[in-house]
Design a protein around this ligand. Sequence first.
Ligand code: AMP
Length: 226
Amino acid sequence: MVILMLGAQGTGKGTVAGLLSEKLGWPQISTGDIFRKNMKEETPLGVEANKYMSKGELVPDEITVPMVANRLNEEDAQAGAILDGFPRNLAQAEKLDEILQEKGKKVDLVINLTSPKNEIITRILNRRVCSNQACKTTYNLTMHPPKKEGICDKCGAELVQRGDDSDEAAIQNRLNIYDEKTLPLVEFYSQKGVLRTEEISEKTGRLGKDVAEDILKEIKGDIKIG
Ligand code: AMP
């Protein structure tokens, strides 16, 4: 089963994808995380990706698509996968269909997260992530703070702020690019009948974990886990 996460930055895609991945035993394939890991290790891919990421721009499809295709070929992604941050434009979505079709697979469910814009910006500025690549748990300084300041509850590693999360101009640029390039995917997947839209909001109290719980209840009956 292939699940996609759609939604602007800061809507909670990573949180929902992480919970689904943990409970279903399928990898969370986050293109942003793969780029960040490469940047940290200063690989040629990381150096190239950084040119775009630091400005909040999309990394070119020629780099991103083969990277995802390779990741989907790995053994742990054969039973199921949760794509988080890919596709980000129509060309990537069409390429993904081709990649999956060759494997006799398709996109089964698209979880489209929305949030009020004022909440999104605050949430991005307050986001902290665990620096341990094997953990990567996300926190929010106001909504979901760690028990001990600056330290991950799960593994004890240091919490850090993503470089592109501290720059308000880069955040705004990412949100504009989302509206322009990624939003058309809502219609693309709606027409395929696989779209499920959920609003995450502190105001209504419906958060990422509530959405993940509901989705798990619905799909766990239909799939074999493990
Ligand atoms: P994210 O962690 O999903 O917020 O992604 C962080 C940054 O990585 C984005 O602002 C882009 O620069 C880059 N990125 C992540 N996924 C993609 C993608 N599918 N296509 C192009 N660039 C991407």
